[in-house]
Design a protein around this ligand. Structure first.
Ligand code: ADP
Ligand code: MG
Length: 326
């Protein structure tokens, strides 16, 4: 059996079973967007996220500064997904000695700018030579009163999402096909971790279960189901699709909805809260919030169209060992 057969999540599950998870103060171990570590009266949310040249970024598509900013955004997004406030970051870089020094410094600039824009001062890291560049970011945040866990979803909750989906996946598809990605490119090249929105939503105390969308809406909703022991119904007609997606989908004869259902690297918040909470949630933040479905007892993720029929899913999301399955 190869890792392709086992899949990224099969591998992580076996790894999780090897680790006892027993360490003083380790309140949440492998399985959520961050680990939660209790230190005195504080709780810290800690995550690490790696990006590899050729897999996660192409230097002919993005500037080195954008690569740095995206890598930091991805790690901060996991801190935000716990309802926590980013505080510190560490960065390990693997860079080729052939690189122009200016490019490496621009990558560093992107990392530092993104970290400081969100209050996560760069506190250290490591630098090594590598044939293929990689960036690994550790981000640490301070938890607030309400901890947002993937295991917090309750049957009867509504399922909510910030922003609009499908932009990054459509942008990549357009570039691969030699098309102009238009407005979707911004979503791909400059993702925004929802730091401010988490700070605004947390005090409401309405969020039950939460995560960020990094691997695709349907696949990530599946993690909420597994961790919470619930099922999720996604109403396809209510899923907000980014305005730039339709044009790309039309040119590529692709269903725009599928980019929104399975596209990764969105870094939007996917969360559950009481069913009537939309108005209160929306009033707290400046970006759109949509209710896209509901949480039910048991089961898994079901995507339904307006007639109640099941929407077929050629791909549910990203698996690092399987690439995109579409
Ligand atoms: P995210 O997309 O939110 O970054 P992942 O899908 O990458 O989350 O990881 C899921 C969970 O598995 C996380 O809790 C993460 O810490 C854990 N995990 C992933 N890879 C490893 C690894 N190599 N060692 C230990 N834990 C891991
Ligand atoms: Mg995450």
């Amino acid at each position: 059996m190869t890792l392709f057969d086992l899949g990224e999540f099969g591998f992580i599950e076996q790894l999780r079973q090897m680790a006892s998870g027993a360490a003083p103060g380790l309140a949440v171990a492998i399985g959520d967007d961050c680990a939660i570590i209790e230190v005195g009266d504080d709780r810290l949310a800690v995550t690490t996220d790696a990006m590899v040249e050729g897999r996660h970024f192409r230097l002919d598509w993005l500037t080195a500064r954008e690569v740095g900013a995206r890598a930091m955004a991805a790690a901060l997004s996991d801190v935000v997904a716990m309802g926590a406030a980013p505080q510190y970051s560490f960065v390990s870089l693997g860079l080729s000695p052939d690189w122009p020094a200016e490019r490496a410094l621009e990558l560093a600039r992107g990392l530092v700018e993104q970290a400081e824009a969100h209050g996560a001062g760069l506190a250290g890291g490591d630098t090594v030579a590598a044939d293929q560049a990689f960036v690994d970011v550790v981000a640490i945040g301070r938890c607030r009163e309400h901890l947002w866990l993937r295991s917090g979803a309750q049957a009867g909750d509504g399922l909510y999402v910030t922003g609009a989906l499908g932009g990054p996946a459509a942008a990549v598809a357009a570039r691969l096909a030699g098309l102009e990605p238009g407005a979707c490119w911004e979503r791909y090249a400059h993702p925004q971790p929802r730091v401010r929105e988490a700070a605004q939503l947390e005090p409401l105390g309405l969020v039950h279960g939460a995560m960020d969308i990094s691997d695709g809406l349907v696949q990530d909703a599946g993690h909420l189901c597994e961790q919470s022991g619930v099922g999720i119904i996604i109403r396809a007609a209510q899923v907000p699709v980014h305005a730039g997606v339709a044009q790309i989908a039309e040119r590529l004869r692709h269903d725009p909805l599928q980019y929104a259902l399975s596209g990764g690297e969105e870094f939007e918040l996917l969360f559950t809260a009481p069913p009537g909470a939309l108005a209160e949630l929306q009033a707290a933040v400046a970006i759109p919030v949509h209710q896209i479905g509901e949480v039910v007892a048991g089961g898994s993720v079901l995507v339904l169209d307006e007639t109640g029929g099941e929407v077929s899913l050629p791909s549910t999301g990203w698996d690092h060992f399987r690439q995109r399955t579409e």
